[in-house]
Structure formats: C-alpha cells, structure tokens
Design a protein around this ligand. Structure first.
Ligand SMILES: [Zn+2]
Length: 437
C-alpha cells in the first residue's frame, strides 16, 4: 500500500466480445528470513536500516505498492536470543511491512511468544495452517484482504507442513498442529476468489511446497515465499502463476511489477528483480537509532574478543570445528552437529563472542549418551571404524535428540547426561585455540 495514488488504469474494448478490460498496476516488494540481523554483515550487506532504505527507495518509484515479509524475522543474533525475538518485531514496525507470516523460527521461543509478536506488530501476521483442536488459528488471522490501486488482494499465510520434521520441537508447538500447506490453502481459495481480484500465498515453505501450490491450487496467482535461504535465481512460472523468493539476512529485497486485468482476474505481465542491500544506500535514521539502542544493550555481553581467525572459515568447516568443541567439552568419542544449525561463517580477523552467537544463536544444550559401537548412528561413524561391542560416548545437541529420526536416522536413543550450552562450549574452545588457521 503506501505509495502514490497514480493509477495505471487502462480501459479499452476487446475487438471480439466488446468486454471492457481493466488493467491495473501492482508492485510487490518482499523480504524474508531477516533473522534478527540488525547490523550489516562483515561484507557490508544487509542491516535493517539498509533494508528499510531499499524498501523506501523502491516504494518511492512505485504506483501501488504492497510490502510482504515471508517469515523468520527473529532468531540469529544476540539481540534476538537475549530478548526472545521481540525487539525485531518492534524495529520491523518501522520497515513499512504491510503483511507478514510466521516462519519456523518464530516458534523458537515457544508458541506463547508468538502472541507477543502478533500483538507488537503493527501489520497483520497471517497463517492458515497452524491450528488447534478447536479450529482456532495461532495468529488469529489465516488471511487478510488489502486493496491496492483498486485491486482487492487476498493474502493467505502458511508455514511448512513438516514443521515438526526437524524444524521445531513438540514442546515449542504446544497444542498446535500444522496442516499440509495445500490443504490449508484450499480451505480459503474459494471464498476468497469471490471477494478478491488476486490471491497471494505468503508462506515460509520449501521449494517443493511452492511448486505444489503453483501446480495444484490454480486460484493462487502468486506465491511469495521465505525459508530457503538461497532464494531463487529466476521467478517461477506455472501456467501464468508466479513464485518468488529472495535470499536471507536482508542481503536483497525482491520487487515484482505486475500488470493485472482485474476484470479477468489475470496477470497480463510480470517482471521480477532483486535489489541488493548494501552500504551504498543511506540508512533510515530512526531505524539506525533503534538498532544502536538494542545492540548497545547486548554489546557488553558479546563484543569481547576471544581469538583470531586467519581467514574466513566457511560453514562446512565451522561445523567440524563445532563438533571438535563438543567432544572436548564433554570428553565424548563422537559428536554430531546438524548442518542446518550452523547459521554463519566465522569471518576473518578478531573473533568476538558475537561471531559465535551468530553461528549458534540457539540456546541448545549438549547431551551425551553411551552406546555400543554397533548401535551408534551410521552418520557419525562413517569413515571411523568402531568395535561393535565396545562402548562409546556420543555428544549431540538437545535439538538433535528430539529430531534424531531426521538427523541421525535413529529413534529412541537416550542421551541422559546434560553438558554445557553449545554456544558456551564453542566460545571456550575458540578461547583455547586462540588462533584459527
Ligand atoms: Zn530462515
């Protein structure tokens, strides 16, 4: 919404039937997976004051603009971990978001915290597939309808149907159940089709789920997605229906320019581009102020030097490093760290505790179990021969214990001994190494 009221309304008669065509313009700006990255990264990409600047710049040359966020606003930095996500929603209120949806990480602080997010947000948070036994929706709003340039737009929200398959744990979800995305969307498309000119699915979903919606739910004209951090190289097109998603951490925003034949409820042209968020933009000052304020509150705890990295360590190597620190912290023989749990690289130069928080924002704890060689998960013994009857100690995170089926390929393995927080184990390990080559 926002923007000017310039209308690109073209009326002309079709030669055949003489039916009036009403073509209008709609621009969709979108972000996703901002992950509490308040500040730009070590290469000057992202940062909420710069994301705001990019949105503002695009809005300024836009006739009929809608700003959507695809979820995972929270989780990723000390500000989010220490204040359980809420500051990010407070700052997001200045970004100009019109509608957002829940990502899997919005559940990281427990489902009750989502009520705080929803009540803090000055924009609707839509979700149609997290429901309880009474049929209530967690955010209270499965969809919303907005009007831009006279186009009535229905926006349905959804999170990945497999939320419990490795993305969150049952205790965080409480009494809520997650419906498959297509089923949930199908509940709303028929009534929305009558009341709107265009239906958007705003969803935090996998690539596969996006394809399914585009193929199986023809009423949805556009899927604006989050979750897959690499984004999309090109817009998806299935029989004139569209799918877009941008890269994570505010490194880019998306801009989709549509011409719509409102009478036929059809998109007549679509152009998608991604706008890089870099320090060439002038940061939006009130957001810079909020960012400074929140970062100031955590600086003492996290801006302490703990070592030095001679080069930037990529995520795959960080994972090996983490497994090493897990073994040393607990004296275990084997360690397993899930790949998706490594959230950042270790940048070259002085290592601050903050860098480890960015790698490991989750408050996950180390858990140790004892197993005979023959009972150890294959994923940890690969390339390391074990004696079948000898007992070994395996350390994993409490998140892996709950999600062992997807991560270890096992069920029912017990890890009775609790160790330190994973993040503390990594920080201690880096302090001991001092220099990482
Ligand atoms: Zn994410």
């Amino acid at each position: 919404m926002g923007g000017g009221f310039v209308r690109f309304v073209l009326f002309f008669l079709c030669l055949g039937g003489g039916v009036a065509q009403d073509v209008r313009h709609l621009t969709i700006l979108h972000t996703s997976d901002l992950h509490a990255r308040l500040l730009p990264d070590d290469q000057g990409r992202g940062g909420l004051a710069y994301v705001a600047a990019a949105l503002r710049q695009e809005r300024n040359n836009c006739a009929g603009c809608l700003v959507l966020d695809g979820g995972d606003l929270v989780q990723g930095t000390p500000v989010s971990t220490l204040f359980r996500g809420l500051p990010v929603y407070e700052i997001a209120n200045s970004l100009g978001i019109d509608v957002s949806t829940l990502g899997n990480h919005e559940f990281d602080y427990g489902w009750r915290r989502i009520y705080d997010f929803v009540s803090t947000a000055n924009f609707p948070v839509v979700n149609a597939n997290v429901v309880n036994a009474d049929g209530a929706y967690l955010t209270g709003k499965p969809y919303t309808i907005v009007t831009v340039n006279g186009i009535r737009i229905g926006i349905i929200g959804a999170v990945m149907g497999g939320l419990l398959d490795g993305f969150t744990t049952p205790d965080l979800l409480g009494p809520w159940k997650v419906m498959p995305v297509v089923d949930a969307v199908n509940r709303f498309v028929v009534p929305l089709r009558e009341r709107t000119d265009f239906i958007i699915l705003l969803a935090h979903i996998t690539h596969k789920e996006m394809d399914e919606v585009l193929q199986k739910v023809p009423e949805v004209g556009l899927v604006v997605a989050g979750h897959e951090h690499g984004g999309l190289g090109e817009m998806k097109r299935v029989d004139g229906r569209l799918g877009v998603r941008v890269r994570a951490y505010g490194r880019e925003i998306g801009r989709l320019d549509l011409e719509m034949d409102v009478t036929a409820k059809k998109v007549t042209s679509a152009y998608w581009k991604k706008v890089e968020v870099t320090e060439r933009l002038t940061p939006v000052s009130n957001i810079s102020g909020q960012v400074r304020e929140w970062e100031g509150k955590v600086a003492k705890a996290v801006d302490t030097p703990i070592g030095e990295a001679k080069r930037t360590i990529p995520q795959a190597e960080v994972r090996v490093m983490i497994e090493q620190s897990m073994k040393e912290a607990t004296g275990a023989d084997f360690a397993f760290m899930n790949r998706g749990g490594v959230r950042d690289v270790l940048p070259k130069g002085t290592i601050l505790a903050r860098n480890i928080w960015n790698i490991m924002p989750f408050d996950n704890r180390l858990m140790v179990g004892r197993f005979k060689g023959k009972d150890l998960p294959k994923v940890v013994t690969e390339g390391h021969p074990v004696e079948p009857e000898r007992e070994y100690r395996l350390v994993v995170s409490d998140f892996t214990v709950v999600n062992q089926k997807t991560q270890l390929g096992t069920t029912g393995l017990e890890f009775p001994q609790a160790g330190p927080l994973m993040r503390d184990a990594i920080i201690d390990w880096v302090k001991k190494q001092r220099v990482i080559e």
